[in-house]
Design a protein around this ligand. Sequence first.
Ligand SMILES: [Zn+2]
Length: 131
Amino acid sequence: MRAERLVGVAELRRGYPRRPVSETDPRATLARRLDYDEPARALLVEWEDGAVHRIPFAVLRRSCPCAVCAGEMGRPGRFQLKPELDPGEDELADMHLVGAYGLGTRWADGHSTGIYTFEHLRRLGAATAGA
Ligand SMILES: [Zn+2]
């Protein structure tokens, strides 16, 4: 598990596309660094505008934007049906960049369909800052 996670981080650091993804404030949605903060059990995001966010794994997992978690076409999402987290659901096992716009995640329970855009991560970070 550990080696696998470090590979994910190395990929992020090596291949990160330095291209803005927002018209309004490009640096606010351009991640300079994405890393695991294990003691805090959080995703560490350093943005090009200088902001630093730690998004707790549980917050990240609950806000997974995929159809299963968020729901679609009038069907409720996974956390609407059962708010409690199961073992492994908030254990971030691996992450990788998706194109130039987002972050893909794999959780210890095997869930890996969510793609978090940098705009989404910035909103999550701002919402959890100081919490
Ligand atoms: Zn999901």
